[in-house]
Unconditional design. Structure first.
Length: 418
């Protein structure tokens, strides 16, 4: 018996992710547009971007990439309730760490924004691991419906609260409330009493010993995105940080297509690995990489041709005057979208030990490049630093994926079937 087609899974994965991301983008546009001035709008977006930059690495670390582990656990190595309870305890730990960071570094009003964003991410983490439970069963339609509902309600609530209060912190807390409701709905909608989390310290410990390093992988990956933001806030200004963060968000559409594809192909790649079907594995991987490359080239062309008028129309001239940065960010994204599927291939092969070294090296390269380039070149320096780091990461992924895959293809039977 075969599950839903790859095309159908991709369509659902993209639709859900697109609506959810569009809601987040719409909230940021409202924050910028409804501010008293263009400069104040970019500063407020900077506050929002900073909150996500602070909480992002913390929460993705404590996610431990469990959605991927759940999705690729085709042999049921760990019971689902262990995954769910591990994620629950991890989100509490992430909230505690975030509270410590706020107490040490930040004051009102940005502290309240960071706290609310952290709570929203904790609730999102609960939904995320449930999505893995559904994804392993090829029920990406349920995942998408949840994301669509959460995104639609969040944008309505967020913009409504912003109009009523003119407070970014209030918007963040409204978003957190919506995400909490989404988590409750996702937990109820599994309709499976055996899927409820149960605390089992020994089982949770075994799971974390086996896959805990994945938290480090994703945290470092988040740092790759956020390191330039930290340097911009420190060396340039909160307003410039807002411009940079919004441009990254504008390119999220292409990233959504790529993420939808990785979600759609991951379970299939994992099944090919389990069945020792390396030729179908390679064909799927090659097709995905080519699509990523084509999407990246399209993003660069669109940014070069339409970047300035889109930024002026959606935000303000304050954003539009940095349209050249958008082109460089699009080129950086194009490189990332092309090689991201090599990481998906490693996940499908459950090859996790090498990934912290790859991502860690890349983060160090980006940090050193930012240290050298951001003080003198601002937004362009931040973008060039990401480009340098991603080029290094792409090279490492090619080495660690292509060489073992070539050996497996040589050993594979020529009549392997899909």
């Amino acid at each position: 018996m075969t599950g839903p087609s790859l095309r159908r899974n991709f369509a659902w994965a993209f639709l859900g992710s697109a609506v959810l991301a569009a809601s987040q983008f719409a909230i940021q546009i409202a924050i910028a547009k409804l501010a008293p001035s263009a400069v104040e709008g970019s500063r407020r977006v900077g506050d929002w971007t900073l909150a996500n930059a602070i909480t992002g690495p913390i929460f993705v670390f404590f996610f431990f990439k469990l959605r991927v582990v759940v999705t690729t656990d085709t042999r049921d190595e760990h019971p689902w309730p262990v995954y769910a309870s591990t994620r629950g305890w991890a989100m509490l730990a992430a909230l505690a760490v975030t509270a410590g960071v706020i107490a040490l570094r930040y004051r009102e009003p940005v502290a309240w924004i960071i706290a609310a964003v952290a709570l929203a991410k904790a609730c999102e983490g609960g939904s995320d691991v449930i999505y893995g439970y559904q994804q392993r069963r090829d029920r990406l339609d349920r995942v998408a419906r949840s994301q669509i509902a959460r995104g639609a309600v969040a944008v309505l609530a967020g913009i409504g609260v912003l109009v009523a209060t003119d407070s970014v912190a209030a918007v963040a807390w409204a978003t957190a409330a919506v995400y909490a409701g989404g988590l409750l709905w996702d937990a109820w909608s599994t309709h499976d009493t055996t899927a409820m989390p149960r605390s089992d310290a020994a089982a949770i410990g075994r799971l974390l010993r086996q896959y805990g390093q994945l938290g480090l992988v994703t945290a470092i990956g988040s740092l790759q995105i956020n390191i330039p933001r930290y340097f911009l806030e420190h060396h340039v200004s909160r307003s410039e940080l807002g411009v940079f963060g919004m441009m990254q968000t504008l390119l999220m559409l292409g990233g959504l297509i790529i993420n939808a594809m990785t979600n759609a192909v991951m379970a299939r790649l994992a099944r090919h690995v389990a069945a020792d079907e390396w030729r179908p594995f390679a064909r799927t991987l090659r097709t995905s990489i080519l699509i990523g490359a084509a999407l990246g080239v399209s993003a660069v062309l669109l940014a070069a041709g339409l970047g300035r008028p889109v930024l002026r129309m959606a935000f303000s001239e304050e954003f539009a005057r940095h349209s050249g940065v958008l082109v460089w960010l699009a080129a950086t994204s194009a490189l990332l979208w092309m090689y991201l599927f090599l990481g998906t291939a490693l996940d499908a092969m459950r090859s996790y030990r090498v990934q912290p070294w790859i991502h860690g090296t890349t983060a160090i390269v980006i940090a050193v490049a930012c240290w050298r380039l951001v003080p003198g070149h601002g937004l362009y320096g931040a973008t060039w630093s990401m480009m340098i780091g991603y080029a290094v990461e792409c090279t490492m992924f090619v080495v660690v994926v292509a060489l073992p895959l070539r050996a497996k293809l040589r050993a594979a039977s020529p009549d392997d079937s899909v």
